[in-house]
Write a protein that binds this ligand. Structure first.
Ligand SMILES: CC(C)(COP(=O)(O)OP(=O)(O)OC[C@H]1O[C@@H](n2cnc3c(N)ncnc32)[C@H](O)[C@@H]1OP(=O)(O)O)[C@@H](O)C(=O)NCCC(=O)NCCS
Length: 170
């Protein structure tokens, strides 16, 4: 595995709870995708899950190596959970452009949270070239890869789905 970047982040859950309380829908829509909002709101300790996704997005940015620049928005980064609960990352929009430019094919993520803190750790991996086979999340339909729009059980957002179909151009 070709590791191109790592990132970690920690956030206080009550801080996220406060932002939700103060700014409500405006905050949620700015930071989280519809799918993430549905996932978190369906859970008993919703704020912990929202905080976990906040930490994940910050960790992913660090792994991308750019910070909040180059036209990246919060909702370019989406955390989805597979049926076992394992989180996966979907990258779209400006963040996807950055990932492609840097040869990033996949973004691994691990999240943990309790009442007080949420933490996340992200690892950006490059394109594997094994026996001449190119395996990249950017332009394959592999369900295990992070840039694939069809990852996860829910219906993908139709308006964003097309954004993820661009090829890396390689
Ligand atoms: C994965 C597991 C070890 C999480 O540990 P925990 O101490 O309860 O909770 P943590 O706060 O440390 O971690 C929660 C995060 O773990 C991640 N997670 C959940 N299942 C996971 C899995 N199978 N593999 C990797 N990560 C997983 C998720 O990102 C979750 O946060 P999110 O729901 O906001 O996305 C535990 O839940 C487990 O063993 N789950 C498997 C069995 C199970 O209960 N499945 C229920 C879903 S069907």
């Amino acid at each position: 595995m070709n590791i191109l970047g790592i990132g970690t982040d920690i956030v206080e859950c009550p801080r996220i709870g406060k932002m939700i309380e103060q700014h409500g829908e405006l905050f949620l829509r700015r930071v989280y995708t519809d799918r993430e909002i549905r996932y978190c709101q369906a859970r008993k300790h919703a704020i912990e899950h929202f905080a976990g996704r906040w930490a994940a997005k910050e960790a992913i940015l660090k792994a991308l190596g750019t910070g909040w620049s180059r036209g990246i928005s919060w909702t370019d980064l989406e955390v989805r959970n597979d049926p076992s609960g394992r989180p996966k990352v979907l990258i779209r929009g400006g963040a996807k452009d950055v990932a492609i430019r840097q040869g990033i094919a996949d973004m691994l993520i691990s999240i943990s949270h309790c009442r007080t803190y949420a933490v996340a750790y992200a690892v950006a991996t490059g394109i594997d070239r094994v026996a001449g086979e190119r395996r990249s999340a950017v332009d394959t339909a592999d369900e295990e890869t992070s840039l694939d729009p069809d990852l996860g059980g829910d219906q993908a957002d139709p308006e964003t789905e097309t954004e993820t179909e661009t090829d890396s151009g390689e």
